[in-house]
Write a protein that binds this ligand. Structure first.
Ligand code: UTP
Length: 288
């Protein structure tokens, strides 16, 4: 059973400057809900009970968001706004949420390393705090289902344009059933002509605790950061890894273009906006 999750959220978010100069990119709202709240909800919907958020410099707003806000709750209670009161109150009670601060932004592998003592000796989920996956079955649940079958690490992947593989961590392997791969290679930001496939890591992982020793044995790689891909690649010499093409659409909120797309998609899904917003979009498209 996978009951613990780690959500790395300490990164600098330089691709989203200037918005991220003084606020975490994980707090960028999709309409009215911060990105990381969707991520926590996905974990909870996948049966996770305990969450460790890797926080860092300039990320206090995330801790405040998952804390109680007594003044605000009292105000909403006084106004007898029951729905909003319940919604705000619920945020602090979504799961057992803990925080630890990454002291230097040395990459995703380094961020995961901070979870070692919290996670202990059990497999755990990793959900990148800046990525949403719009699905019917929660993305983490999809990976857990595969983990339960094979009892080995499972990573989410998505196909990307071949000419863009050098922006991503990429896997190579054999497809053992539709959308499920047994991995034999992982490489961070490969050159287009050397890439083993066009399947890129897609922000969700189930990892065994052996990853911590692998991280310790890994040297800084691309961009002089401790890359999770390199640590997983090292562990691949001793343990099997599976990759699952997620059923759903992933949005990297750290990218301005994906952020725009997510706002449109999530806006269309919201009942209270969908009719007016749809009409607005149709009108706008006609005018293009
Ligand atoms: P990114 O790969 O998007 O890196 O992180 P970044 O540094 O935040 O973004 P840019 O490239 O400067 O725009 C993916 C996830 O991993 C976390 C980030 O907060 C994000 O949720 N992360 C990344 C860490 O927690 N620590 C790190 O050192 C790097």
């Amino acid at each position: 059973m996978i009951k613990k999750a780690v959500i790395p959220a300490a990164g600098l978010g330089t691709r989203f400057l200037p918005a991220t100069k003084a606020q975490p990119k994980e707090m960028l709202p999709i309409i009215d809900t911060p990105t990381i709240q969707y991520v926590v909800q996905e974990a909870v919907d996948s049966g996770i009970e305990d969450i460790l958020i890797i926080s860092g410099k300039g990320k206090r707003a995330i801790e405040d968001h998952f804390d109680r806000n007594w003044e605000l709750e009292a105000l909403l209670d006084e106004k007898e706004d029951k729905n909003l009161y319940n919604e705000i109150r619920h945020i602090g009670d979504m799961a057992n949420i803990h925080f630890i601060r990454q002291k230097e932004m040395n990459g995703l592998g380094d961020a995961i390393r901070y979870a070692r003592w919290h996670v202990g000796n059990e497999p755990f989920a990793v959900l990148l705090g800046d990525s949403l996956v719009d699905t019917v079955i929660p993305a983490t649940q999809q990976l857990i289902d595969i983990y339960e079958q094979y009892k080995q690490s499972v990573v989410a992947v998505e196909p990307v344009l071949r000419e863009k593989v050098s922006r991503y961590g990429i896997i190579g392997g054999d497809e053992i059933s539709e959308g499920l791969w047994r991995i034999n290679q992982m490489v961070e930001k490969p050159d287009v002509d050397k890439s083993p496939s066009n399947l890129a890591f897609s922000a969700r992982y189930i990892l065994t605790p052996s990853i911590f020793d692998a991280i310790d044995a890994t040297k800084p790689g691309k961009n002089n950061e401790l890359q999770l891909t390199d640590a997983m690649s090292l562990l691949l010499q001793r343990e099997s890894f599976y990759a699952c093409v997620l059923q759903g659409k992933r949005y990297d909120i750290g990218s301005k273009m994906d952020y725009l797309k997510a706002i449109v998609q999530y806006g269309l899904k919201r009942k209270e906006f969908s009719e007016e917003f749809r009409a607005y979009l149709v009108d706008t498209v006609k005018g293009l």
